[in-house]
Design a protein around this ligand. Structure first.
Ligand code: ZN
Ligand code: ZN
Length: 103
């Protein structure tokens, strides 16, 4: 697996909003696609998901962010959205390291 594939693989298990690792739990629904919350994210973060780059930004939300975003969508205070680093070939890529540390 080359580094960029690995990076994308890591992104696919990180939450777009809290940057936490999405841990599949028995009995829980699959992680939500961030695009399902496009409108809420635009309201809450003043951020348009179509600016996301698939090679940089995770495509999914963890369960708790999905719940949270539903509960706050009616009284929103815009806040900064999480930023993700682009992959670098050095060992210091946070995204790739996150995967390694947790697996
Ligand atoms: Zn989250
Ligand atoms: Zn990486």
């Amino acid at each position: 697996m080359d580094l960029y594939t690995k990076h994308n693989d890591s992104l696919s298990i990180l939450c777009r909003l809290c940057r936490g690792k999405i841990v599949p739990k028995v009995g829980y629904k699959n992680p939500k696609q961030a695009t399902e919350f496009k409108n809420q994210i635009e309201m809450l973060f003043n951020y348009n998901l179509s600016n996301d780059q698939p090679s940089v930004d995770p495509p999914k939300l963890c369960g708790s962010c999905a719940r949270q975003i539903r509960s706050v969508e009616n009284h929103c205070i815009p806040q900064p959205i999480a930023k993700f680093p682009e992959h670098s070939d050095s060992v210091s890529c946070d995204v790739c390291r996150k995967k390694i540390e947790h697996s």
